[in-house]
Design a protein around this ligand. Structure first.
Ligand code: ZN
Ligand code: FE
Length: 255
């Protein structure tokens, strides 16, 4: 039985996700930018929240946590490495840990770079990964705490996932990411086709997430730093993959 996933817009451009194992009815939320939208959807669906899964310590991913915890009694899961700066955790996680939401197995990935201690939640059985501010639709998070080599290592973890895995990231930044991606690869046909789809979705107020790993690999410049064609476009034919990633990330910071 699959995982039911509801995308909940929060704040100005964040997403929280409610996920429900349909076999057992167990429910989790991934990140809590604010409490009210999450509690409202729970009420509308008639669901009880069992788990609060936190990707990283930034306020726009945890601000509603305590209110939702108090209202639901759900257990809080987060990175051990972030324990000192997250609200109290019931379960501390490191890479390689697995836990269950009902019958669904979740693998914990360390996807540091944006922050150190950023984790992603991978549900292989449902072909879904919750990546928040690590890999984003057509982009990646700004590298605040790690370095470019570390963030490139994180990109490689996503590249290694099965092509049909859907990436549920933490923000609706896709349109501005698309404009930047075009400056790196103006002739990428898959990218141009994807931008048409993004324009349609935004015009109709439809989230541009999730997107598949296959589509990200074909269009997201941050996953393409190891390709000879991308290195050539940047005049960096002999540079390491991590250096090329760093150049693309630096350009995006100035974009
Ligand atoms: Zn963040
Ligand atoms: Fe964020």
């Amino acid at each position: 039985m699959p995982l039911q996933i509801i995308t909940i817009p929060c704040l100005s451009d964040n997403y929280a996700y409610l996920i429900r194992d349909e076999t057992t009815g167990q429910v989790a939320v991934v990140d809590v930018p604010e409490a009210a939208p999450v509690l409202n959807v729970l009420k509308d669906m008639g669901w009880q929240l069992d788990q609060i899964l936190i990707t990283h310590h930034h306020y726009d991913h945890i601000d509603g946590l305590e209110e939702v915890r108090k209202a639901t009694g759900a257990k809080v899961y987060g990175a051990k490495a972030d324990k000192h700066r997250l609200p109290p955790l019931d379960v501390s996680l490191t890479e390689g840990n697995t836990f269950k939401l009902g019958r669904q197995v979740c693998d914990v990935l360390d996807v540091s770079g944006h922050t150190i201690g950023h984790i992603a939640f991978l549900f292989k059985g449902a072909a879904a990964v919750f990546s928040a501010d690590s890999l984003m639709a057509l982009g990646c998070g700004r590298v605040f705490e790690g370095d470019f080599a570390m963030m490139w290592g994180t990109m490689l973890k996503f590249k290694a996932l099965p092509d049909d895995t859907l990436v549920y990231s933490g923000h609706e930044y896709t349109m501005s990411n698309a404009k930047f991606a075009l400056t790196i690869e103006p002739d990428n046909a898959d990218l141009k086709a994807r931008i048409k789809d993004i324009e349609y979705k935004r015009a109709n107020d439809i989230p541009t997430v999730p997107a598949s790993i296959a589509l990200e690999k074909a269009t997201n410049p941050f996953l393409r730093a190891d390709l000879a064609e991308v290195k050539a476009l940047l005049g960096m034919e002999t540079a390491t993959d991590a250096k090329v990633f760093g150049e693309i990330r630096s350009r995006k910071d100035r974009f």
